[in-house]
Design a protein around this ligand. Structure first.
Ligand code: SMG
Ligand code: MG
Length: 369
């Protein structure tokens, strides 16, 4: 495939409700979109980096700079480009998984659109629709959080993930159990807000019947999670720590986690995400698809990924209206707690270009040197 040019476009989409985690609050998404043009098709990618480097070391301005200055020149230098070759071409650049993932996604979309194959079919999807959970941020008060959860349950979400941090853990969780009962599938995400010294406190969560506790300790503290797993009974799930299929393999090997949250952006692309999935399946470690407040572009790919056989737990793959009043593709709508996996070629969704232009902050088009 020949790469004719690549558009890097920044859009701004307000969130329907502020989303607070242990590391910060998001009120709008400042998204870097990638559009690649090849002789046969165009392809879209979405970069999941946040506006500040708070979830991980990447952020959207940095991702755009790295894409422009370091990644795209390497892609243009490849004579006959294929999505399967993107990661290798970009490997000399260390890190920057989210920037790399966005470029690979756009190339893969173009390739699959040209070939008439859907993302799901290419990745190995075995389901037509996927079970959806919803991630609930930290609220000023417990009643406000309970109202939000009630609304999501009324909409049909199959499990709830509560964001936690020191001072917002046991009490809100008990309140959720009291109001919604013990059958609710409930899990928590600390986004690295605790240390191993908090192990006795985190063990208090064991009585709450949680599916898992996600990333309680620092990103680089994989051994600490293995220690914590000896003290708490709630299964430990890693998110931030898993930056490649190999890191998943190591984390599982030392007993740092018994469940993994897979995010394509965090591991450098959907093809590496599939390899991480395969590693987990071989080791009988359940996985689920994480979310980064994606637009319809990223959501289409996530829903396809979540349809792979090892994704046995509901993901953070919520409907478009959980995030935005208006999505930039046709909206993803919840039906009986599930989202349908797109079946049309590539991502299988169409970008609303008129709306996109209306919410665009900047566009740069990069060609071969
Ligand atoms: O996309 O529904 C979503 C958000 C899911 O909680 C979510 N993501 O650590 O798993 C996580 C967070 C990271 C993003 S916070 C801006
Ligand atoms: Mg997480």
């Amino acid at each position: 495939m020949e790469l004719i040019d690549v558009e890097l476009r920044r859009i701004r989409l307000p969130l329907v409700t502020p989303f607070r985690t242990s590391f910060g609050v998001e009120t709008e998404r400042d998204v870097l979109l990638v559009r690649v043009t090849t002789p046969d098709a165009q392809g879209w990618g979405e970069c999941v980096a946040g506006s500040e480097p708070l979830y991980s070391s990447e952020h959207v301005d940095g991702a755009q700079l790295v894409a422009r200055e370091h990644l795209l020149p390497r892609l243009f230098a490849v004579g006959d480009l294929a999505a399967a070759g993107v990661a290798g071409a970009l490997a000399p650049v260390k890190g920057h998984q989210m920037a790399k993932a966005a470029l690979e996604m756009a190339v893969l979309d173009a390739e699959l659109r040209a070939a008439g194959v859907s993302f799901g079919a290419h990745l190995g999807a075995v389901r037509e629709a996927v079970d959806c959970g919803v991630s609930v941020g930290i609220f000023p008060t417990i009643p406000e959080m309970l109202d939000q959860v009630a609304g999501y349950l009324a909409a049909g979400y199959k499990r709830v993930k509560l964001k936690i941090e020191p001072g917002w853990d046991v009490a809100p969780l008990r309140a959720v159990r009291e109001r919604f009962g013990d059958d609710l599938l409930l899990q928590v995400d600390a986004n690295t807000a605790y240390t191993l010294a908090d192990a006795p406190h985190l063990a208090l969560l064991d009585d709450l019947g949680l599916l898992l506790i996600e990333q309680p300790l620092a990103e680089d503290d994989i051994p600490g999670h293995a220690e914590l797993a000896k003290v708490v009974k709630t299964p430990i799930c890693l998110d931030e720590s898993i930056v490649s299929a190999r890191s998943a393999e190591y984390a599982i090997a030392i007993g740092a986690c018994s469940i993994i949250n897979i995010k394509a952006g965090r591991v450098g692309g959907y093809l590496e995400a599939r390899r991480a999935h395969d590693v987990c399946v071989e080791r009988r470690v359940p996985v689920w698809c994480g979310g980064m407040l994606e637009t319809g572009i990223g959501r289409a790919a996530n829903v396809a990924l979540a349809a792979l056989p090892g994704f046995t737990l509901p993901g953070d793959t919520s409907a478009s209206d959980r995030y935005f009043d208006r999505d930039i593709t046709e909206p993803f709508v919840l039906h009986e707690g599930m989202l349908s996996v797109p079946t049309a070629p590539g991502l299988g969704v169409a970008v609303d270009l008129e709306y996109l232009d209306a919410i665009t902050d900047s566009v740069e088009v990069i060609g071969p040197a």
